[in-house]
Design a protein around this ligand. Structure first.
Ligand code: ATR
Length: 291
C-alpha cells in the first residue's frame, strides 16, 4: 500500500478529475508526479461522476474549495453550461476539459488541441505553415483542427468514415482558410501530398475492433512526413510503426496527453510543470496497469 503520511495536510490544495469511468485516467498519476516534483502542496483525486451530473460536480467542487477540475467523458459539454466564463476556444467547440475555480467563479478551458500543437512544437514539428491531413472527425479531431488552424497550419483536410461529421469538424477551423472534408476513399492520395498526417480515430487501439490496424493505407508514408497518432495504447501503434519503417518523424499519443496536462496545470497553478516528469509517470502507470 502507498504510504502517504505527511503528503496531504489541512492546507493541501485539491483538484479532481471527473468522468465516468474515471478509474483508468492517467490524469492523477501525471499531475501528482508533477506536483511532487515541484514541491507543490497540491493533490489530484479521481471523482467518478455519473452522466448528467457534470454541472452538479462543478457546483460541489466550488462549494468544497477545490482549485479546479480536469474533465473527461461524458461531462465535457455539461461543464461548459455550468461555468460562468469560457475561453474563446470553448465557446467555439462547446466542450471543455479543464475548469479553473477561483474567486471569480468557474472558468472552462480546453487544452486538448493546444496540447497536441505543443507536443509537435516541442518535438520540432511546428504545424504552422504545414499542410495537414486529420483522419477522424470526433471530439478530439475538432479540438485539433481548431488549434492547428489557430496556429496557422496551411491547407487542411479532414477525412472521416461519416462524411457529415467530417464537414462539421472542418467548420470549426478559424482564420478563414477553408478545410476540405472528405470520406476515407481517396485518403491515400491526400496523405501522400501533405506534410503532416494525424490519426484521431480509435483505429489501432488495443482492445478494440481496430487493434493491430492502421487508419492510413499502406505505402503512402514517406521519410519527410510527420506522423501523429493520438492513440497511446499501445504507444507505438501500427500507424507509428509504419511511419518509422518509412523513415518518417513521429509524435505519439502520450505526448498529446502530457502536453494537454501541462496546460491544465499552468491554468490551475500559474506555473509550468515539467513534461518529462508527467511522461515518465504515465509510462510507469501504463507499464504496470492491467489494460
Ligand atoms: P473522440 O471524441 O475521442 O474523438 P469519437 O467522437 O467517438 O471519439 O470519434 C471517433 C472517431 O473515430 C470518429 O471519427 C469515427 O468515425 P465516425 O465519425 O464515422 O464514427 C472514427 N472511427 C472509429 N472507429 C473507426 C473505424 N473502425 N474506422 C474508421 N473510423 C473510425
Amino acid at each position: 500500500m502507498t504510504d502517504r503520511r505527511g503528503a496531504i495536510g489541512g492546507a493541501t490544495t485539491v483538484v479532481a478529475v471527473i468522468g465516468d469511468p474515471v478509474g483508468h485516467s492517467l490524469s492523477p498519476v501525471m499531475h501528482n508526479a508533477a506536483f511532487a516534483s515541484a514541491g507543490r502542496d497540491w493533490v489530484m483525486v479521481a471523482a467518478p461522476v455519473a452522466a448528467g451530473q457534470g454541472a452538479a460536480a462543478v457546483a460541489a467542487a466550488r462549494t468544497m474549495g477545490l482549485a479546479g477540475l480536469a474533465v473527461t467523458m461524458p461531462h465535457k459539454a455539461d461543464v461548459v453550461a455550468a461555468a460562468n466564463h469560457c475561453s474563446p476556444t470553448v465557446e467555439r467547440l462547446g466542450v471543455a476539459n479543464t475548469v479553473v475555480l477561483d474567486a471569480g467563479g468557474a472558468t472552462a478551458h480546453t487544452t486538448d488541441g493546444d496540447g497536441l500543437v505543443d507536443a509537435m512544437v516541442a518535438a520540432g514539428h511546428d504545424p504552422a505553415g504545414a499542410s495537414v491531413l486529420v483522419v477522424g472527425a470526433g471530439g478530439a479531431a475538432r479540438s485539433i483542427v481548431e488549434a492547428m488552424s489557430r496556429r496557422g497550419a496551411g491547407a487542411m483536410w479532414v477525412a472521416n468514415r461519416t462524411i457529415e461529421r467530417a464537414q462539421q469538424c472542418a467548420a470549426v477551423a478559424v482564420g478563414g482558410r477553408p478545410v476540405v472534408a472528405c470520406g476515407l476513399d481517396g485518403m491515400g492520395d491526400i496523405a501522400t501530398a501533405v506534410d503532416i498526417v494525424v490519426n484521431t480515430t480509435s483505429v489501432g487501439m488495443a482492445g478494440t475492433d481496430g487493434a493491430g490496424a492502421s487508419p492510413v493505407p499502406a505505402g503512402v508514408l514517406r521519410a519527410d512526413h510527420v506522423v501523429v497518432d493520438i492513440v497511446y495504447h499501445p504507444i507505438r501503434t501500427p500507424l507509428l510503426e509504419a511511419a518509422v519503417a518509412a523513415g518518417a518523424a513521429t509524435v505519439d499519443g502520450l505526448a498529446m496527453l502530457v502536453y494537454q496536462a501541462v496546460r491544465q496545470q499552468q491554468l490551475w497553478t500559474g506555473e509550468s510543470p515539467a513534461p518529462e516528469v508527467m511522461r515518465a509517470a504515465a509510462l510507469d502507470a501504463l507499464g504496470t496497469a492491467d489494460r
